[in-house]
Design a protein around this ligand. Structure first.
Ligand code: NAP
Length: 550
């Protein structure tokens, strides 16, 4: 790598929610900081995933930053679950309010980061030709930001348009009068399918695995409720910190009440009554569904019964019935009008369990069972989650060791924050932290605060480098695996992205920390209270000028 032209105290990679807040904290500390962003705007996930129907599944009033009282009081949300456009507008507001754009380099993708052991600095190269250097590198690259591009035979010869939900055109896509094929029925597919059905002439849904989903019950936010939350934000943020998921009990919507009843305690008559009452909501209304196989199996059957009641055509209903994995092993999906969409005469469900995809043809798609013709192909096929974005960058630490090779058998990081042999390279919501199992905004804020405090601590003590001790890292990685072991998340039949099981060739290992945000935060705080137990700091002993602000 050639000599750097730009030197910074810290470089933040990504200008989504994590990158924005990190940049703000670093600048507040008086450090010189730059954020690199691939897109031409801020927002990360909410910048890219603009597909029709894209919506957050955490309540808006909680999916927001708490670090600034003025910010949380000043922003008005319009719905319980915010649409993509509203979250994106909020993040643009954050960027403007804290004047962050002047330190973000847009349309600039980090391609390589190499640790220069003698200078104790990271040297970074971008696709735009920048060569930069920084003492600290903070990866705010997101957990679901590396789209999977399945290698379908013939995809490059398709004569129509191909759109990924994860890169939907900003100007939208006019689907009127066009036949559309969509592959994928995870969160993205489930959200866009009802809207695509309304817009297209005919919609073909190619389903490999049926989904457990239940209605989002989204609605406009009641002004009184918004005022209540704003008046009680201090308490609500405290409750978020004391919860498992980073969402307080004040959140509106069925998704966020913690079930206490047990399905196994109900008689057959009571179960039938519960199904009448809860409908698809049955999948998350009983405490033992996640913990006891017998309860889970009963809930699966109740869920299938709801599908049979909802879907007019019994054959279509059977095709929509999940059979392969228990409820709760994959990320919970919530929807608006998903199942009733399959009663439309202009929607065709193709169950790939009856015959898989052979090839994309110039005019559509061929399965082992038949051919389907359409003009537009929508790929809602997911992401190389949690590690994908980092593995796609050529990151080299001490002894020229690459992060990709170190993580070949699964991610290894202490607290999900730093990895041995990669000094001063922090990861926000990295593998080994609650991240995707929690309200991301909450977990982002916790990580950014921890990293900023750590960098401040290093400045106060004249430390140049921080990295985990190998045994502390090994223990944490083992603990993360132990916590998940034996839970529904690691059921042998589960092929979730939490396990990396959706990516061909990726090592099957559970990546996020299942202990919950309360326990995790306590551990992070305890590590600091014990003088950063498990981390190793080094001083150069050389008389390098301290960075600005130190
Ligand atoms: P996903 O959950 O991984 O779903 C991908 C879908 O594509 C699955 O149905 C998968 O089938 C299918 N698929 C993948 N490769 C395929 C292939 N080669 N042939 C046929 N089908 C294939 O991805 P996602 O829907 O983008 O969601 C990812 C995560 O993003 C979510 O779990 C959630 O955390 C987040 N997200 C959140 C929201 C929200 O806030 N509401 C919305 C969208 C996304 P299999 O199941 O058989 O693998």
């Amino acid at each position: 790598m050639s000599e750097p032209r730009d030197e910074f105290d810290a470089i933040v990679v990504g200008a989504g929610a994590a990158g924005l807040y990190m940049l703000h904290r670093l600048r507040e500390m008086g450090l010189t900081a730059l954020a690199l962003e691939t897109g031409d705007g801020v927002g990360g996930t909410w910048f890219w995933n603009r597909y029709p129907g894209a919506r957050c599944d955490v309540p808006s009033l909680e999916y927001s930053f708490g670090f600034s009282e003025e910010l949380q009081q000043g922003w008005e949300w319009s719905e319980i679950m915010p649409a993509q456009s509203e979250v994106l507008a909020y993040l643009n507001h954050v960027a403007d309010r804290f004047d962050l754009r002047r330190d973000i380099r847009f349309e600039t993708r980090l391609s390589a980061a190499t640790y220069d052991e003698s200078a104790r600095r990271w040297r970074l190269a971008t696709d735009a030709g920048d060569v930069l250097s920084a003492r600290f590198c903070v990866m705010a690259t997101g957990c679901l930001s590396a789209p999977l591009r399945p290698d379908f035979e013939g995809l490059d010869r398709f004569e129509g348009d191909v759109h990924y939900t994860s890169g939907w055109p900003r100007e939208g896509v006019d689907l009127s009068g066009r036949r559309v094929g969509v592959i994928g029925t995870g969160s993205s597919g489930v959200q866009c399918i009802p809207i695509l059905a309304e817009q297209a002439d005919h919609l073909y849904v190619f389903q490999r695995t049926p989904v457990y989903t239940f209605p989002a019950d989204n609605a406009p936010l009641e002004p009184d409720f918004q005022s209540f939350v704003k008046a009680n934000y201090r308490e609500i943020r405290k409750k978020q910190r004391a919860s498992d998921t980073g969402v307080s009990e004040h959140a509106q919507g069925a998704l966020f009440s913690t079930p206490t009843r047990r399905l196994l305690d109900l008689s057959a008559v009571e179960r039938a009554a519960a199904l009448e009452d809860l409908g698809f909501g049955v999948v998350r209304s009983f405490a033992d569904i996640r913990t006891e196989t017998a309860a889970n199996e009963i809930a699966v059957e109740m869920y299938r019964e709801m599908i049979r009641r909802t879907i007019d055509d019994p054959l279509v209903a059977e095709r929509l019935c999940p059979r392969e994995h228990p409820i709760g092993c994959k990320r919970q999906v919530v929807d608006t009008d998903y199942f009733i969409t399959f009663n439309r005469p202009d929607v065709t469900l193709i169950d790939l369990r009856e015959g898989g995809i052979e090839a994309i043809t110039p005019t559509g798609l061929r399965t082992t069972n038949g051919e389907y013709e359409f003009d537009v192909l929508v790929l809602a096929t997911g992401f190389d989650a949690m590690t994908g974005a980092l593995r796609r960058i050529d990151i080299r630490g001490r002894h020229d060791r690459t992060l990709a090779s170190k993580w070949a058998d699964g991610p290894r990081a202490y607290l999900g924050l730093l990895s041995a042999d990669f000094p001063n390279l922090f990861t926000i919501t990295g593998p080994g932290s609650p991240s995707v199992l929690s309200n991301m905004m909450h977990s982002i804020e916790q990580h950014v605060d921890w990293i900023a405090d750590c960098i401040g601590h290093m400045g106060e003590n004249g430390f140049d480098e921080i990295e985990p001790a190998v045994d502390a890292e090994d223990e944490w990685v083992a603990h993360v695996i132990d916590e998940a072991d034996g839970t529904v998340w690691t059921a042998p039949s589960c092929r979730s992205w939490y396990l990396g099981a959706n990516v061909p060739g990726k090592r099957r290992i559970f990546m996020p920390y299942t202990g919950g945000v309360k326990k995790y935060r306590a551990k992070c705080d305890e590590v600091v209270a014990r003088d950063y137990e498990g981390f190793v700091f080094t001083r150069s002993g050389r008389t390098e000028p301290a960075p600005a602000g130190f």
